[in-house]
Design a protein around this ligand. Structure first.
Ligand SMILES: C[S@@+](CC[C@H](N)C(=O)[O-])C[C@H]1O[C@@H](n2cnc3c(N)ncnc32)[C@H](O)[C@@H]1O
Length: 344
């Protein structure tokens, strides 16, 4: 008996996912350019046709149609009768100046990360970062005020969600003092303090951040309740506190420094106090959270010692210090938060 080829052939796998991955940077770069050009912010006041957008944004007619239609295909814009408008996604997350703006990530990517990702193969061969020898990512950043502002926008993008999760994970009514270590311009500390009248906070960060801190905390009218502590958290003592936040700082340090920071937080915490650690943690099996694994490579591109880590790693460091781990939860975007308590 003969069988037709159609009934025995196994379906050929579709190469499209491979092609899409190979070209994924096209879309990333288009998003970065759209933010640099101010497309979504310009459309926040209502739709516009192509010629008006060319004029408003300084777009060349040779590429404007392909560019704007690409953004439609990427579901960031809509087009009806030749009129472009923000999609619901862009309207919610990509209009600069609105609470919840996440464009800072793409802007930070454009300013700091996109150029170095082109040298990934060099880092894979040498283990060396792709920033000038002897330079420090943050010192370099704070000498470039515009880039520093974009970095802070990116850092603050998910703070509303993070503050809401922190509300669920702890009883803040019992907490009088909080230190956000590497707390950037104080946005998260300000959000927590404004929700809890008994709470005062310290934002511990590098001196280059202070002007941005003064601006943000001053705008919120909280300068008397959120203090800036200009210090180096690797070498300087942590202030005594009822709670500590380590948000996106452990991934920038080596293993000894991570353990040392956790040990020092334990010593500086009041009995019963809490330590909240969040980072773009990798899944414990190291095989599903692609963005976190790639993000760990991204750390190697800009730092000699940084890398992402798993919740299991974090639990081990915390328990070694004497903490009890009370919660491990997914957090905004790709982060994971680990909550630890010092016994009362
Ligand atoms: C990746 S950002 C995280 C900011 C914020 N915690 C968040 O999660 O959005 C790291 C922060 O740590 C600060 N930082 C880095 N090294 C530091 C050091 N040695 N001492 C104090 N702050 C430092 C940086 O200036 C920056 O604000």
């Amino acid at each position: 008996m003969s069988t037709s080829p159609a009934s025995t052939a196994t379906a050929e796998p579709d190469p499209l996912p491979v092609i899409e991955l190979a070209m994924a940077f096209y879309g990333s770069r288009a998003l970065m350019s759209a933010l640099e050009l101010g497309v979504f912010t310009a459309l926040a006041d209502g739709g516009a046709d192509r010629s008006l957008l060319e004029e408003k944004l300084g777009l060349h007619p040779r590429t404007s149609q392909d560019f704007l239609d690409s953004l439609v295909a990427l579901r960031l814009l809509t087009r009806e009768d030749g009129r472009y408008a923000n999609s619901a996604l862009a309207e919610r997350f990509l209009v600069r100046g609105r609470d919840g703006y996440v464009g800072g990530f793409a802007e930070m990517g454009s300013a700091s990360l996109y150029p170095v990702w082109g040298k990934l193969t060099d880092t894979l061969r040498t283990g060396e970062p792709q920033i000038p020898a002897g330079s420090n990512f943050f010192e370099g950043l704070y000498q470039r005020p515009e880039a520093a502002r974009k970095f802070m926008d990116a850092m603050d993008a998910f703070n509303a969600d993070i503050a809401a999760t922190l509300e669920e994970l702890a009883d803040w009514s019992a907490c009088a003092t909080l230190t956000d270590v590497g707390g950037a311009r104080g946005d998260l500390a300000a959000r927590l303090v404004s929700a809890h009248p008994q709470l005062s906070a310290t934002c511990m960060d590098l001196p280059g951040v202070q002007p941005l801190f003064d601006e943000r905390v001053g705008e919120a009218g909280l300068a008397d309740r959120v203090a800036f502590h200009s210090a180096d958290f690797v070498h300087d003592p942590l202030p005594a506190s009822d709670a500590f936040i380590f948000g996106h700082i452990l991934h920038g340090r080596d293993l000894d420094q991570r353990q040392d920071l956790i040990d020092r937080a334990y010593a500086a915490l009041s009995p019963g106090g809490s330590l909240f650690i969040y980072d773009r943690m990798i899944d414990d099996n190291r095989n599903t959270k692609a963005l976190s694994l790639l993000g760990s490579l991204g750390m190697a591109l800009v730092s000699r010692i940084g890398s992402e880590y798993t919740p299991a790693d974090c639990r081990r460091w915390l328990e070694r210090a004497g903490f009890e781990v009370v919660a491990v939860r997914p957090l905004a975007a790709t982060d994971t938060i680990v909550v630890a308590r010092k016994p009362a």
